[in-house]
Write a protein that binds this ligand. Structure first.
Ligand code: GDP
Ligand code: ZN
Length: 333
């Protein structure tokens, strides 16, 4: 006997925008579901919560917007044979561009994210570590754990790869060295993806799809394809999608376009220093409480750079991003 309520369930939103959402139920079924009307409603008091702290005051409002990664309760839709999302369960984390309070509100890219995995290649394409810093800042600004994957180590050997990315190990990030060609590092990567929701990102051509296929043979997972062609040169957000990992442990990889423009993330310039973990221990010792770590005397950050405790390259990234964030006019958003 299966009545309509027996078929109701709990699931995870894999994709979709606006109209229909693809939901994967706990037992592995995939259904298309629409949002119940009352969940779609825009909040009336948007202005009133605009300045609310991000962790609490905004939560009720955030929950009204469904995002990939959201856990939901769904049920048969009595108006047709389809499914309807009845409730969006509280989020444990999220990756968002634009913090709450901007003129057009927050944009949630994915909900319930456990970690951001930034993939670079040691060569082909040449790694631009300043770009890697941007991805890491985005993860930090969202208070998400981040990891670095350095792929194609067959091209240079492991020692060179370690040399190129040692700044990240020193900054405290877990760094994985992999080769899909030789199989290096794949077991460790599989272990760190298992049972977690991971946002996979990095420049195109570094081997993101190859890695997923090497990790989960036969799954034919493609990452970043659609995003590259659809998003080219246009500042629009194409929805993210979640790929369930075909692994006993479960886990998902979130494929999301357009993560690289840190300027598009409404991070206040004065919050940037905290997004570099190796700077954090020094911030309290600058002479001025509002030190920008650029020109001020008695700057503990500049002293740490001079002593070699903080890498020059990472500090240069900080300066560059700081300049960009100061120029960005978030009030227009
Ligand atoms: P994506 O754009 O990040 O998804 O990158 P792809 O997975 O499409 O890979 C881009 C190119 O790099 C392809 O030609 C792959 O064969 C190649 N590639 C991927 N992984 C490795 C690797 O570990 N070593 C080498 N030498 N080439 C790789
Ligand atoms: Zn300072």
């Amino acid at each position: 006997m299966t009545g309509p309520t027996d078929r109701a369930g709990r699931g995870v939103v894999l994709g979709g925008t606006g109209g229909l959402w693809r939901v994967r139920s706990e037992d592995g079924r995939i259904v298309d579901a629409s949002l119940r009307g009352r969940l779609k409603r825009e909040p009336a008091a948007r202005a009133a919560v605009a300045d609310a702290p991000r962790r609490d005051g905004g939560a009720a409002r955030e929950r009204l917007k469904l995002a990939v990664g959201d856990e939901v309760l769904f049920e048969p839709d009595e108006r047709g044979g389809a499914w309807a999302i009845r409730e969006i369960l509280p989020r444990r984390s999220r990756l968002a561009r634009r913090a709450p309070g901007g003129a057009y509100g927050e944009r949630i890219v994915a909900a319930n994210v456990d970690q951001v995995v930034v993939v670079f290649a040691v060569a082909k394409p040449e790694p631009h570590t300043r770009m890697l810093d941007r991805f890491l800042v985005i993860a930090e600004a969202n208070e998400l754990a981040a990891r670095v994957v350095v792929n194609k180590i067959d091209l240079t050997g492991e020692a060179d790869a370690h040399g190129l990315f040692s700044d990240y190990e020193r900054a405290g990030y877990p760094v994985h060295y992999t080769s899909t060609k030789r199989g290096d590092g794949l077991a460790a990567m599989r272990a760190m993806l298992g049972g977690r929701v991971s946002v996979f990102t990095g420049p195109s051509g570094v081997g993101k799809s190859s890695l997923l296929n090497a990790l989960f043979p036969g799954s034919n997972l493609r990452v970043g394809e659609i995003s590259e062609s659809v998003n080219k040169g246009r500042h629009i957000t194409v929805g993210a999608t979640m790929l369930p990992l075909p692994d006993a442990e479960g886990g998902y990889v979130v494929d999301t376009p357009g993560l690289r423009e840190v300027g598009m993330w409404s991070l206040p310039a004065e919050h940037l220093d905290r997004c570099f973990p190796e700077l954090r221990p020094h911030l309290a010792t600058c002479r001025f409480a509002d030190c920008t770590h650029t020109v001020e005397p008695g700057c503990a950050v500049k002293e740490a750079v001079a002593r070699g405790e903080v890498s020059t390259g990472r500090y240069e990234s900080y300066l560059k991003l700081r300049g960009e964030l100061e120029e960005a006019d978030f009030t227009r958003w």
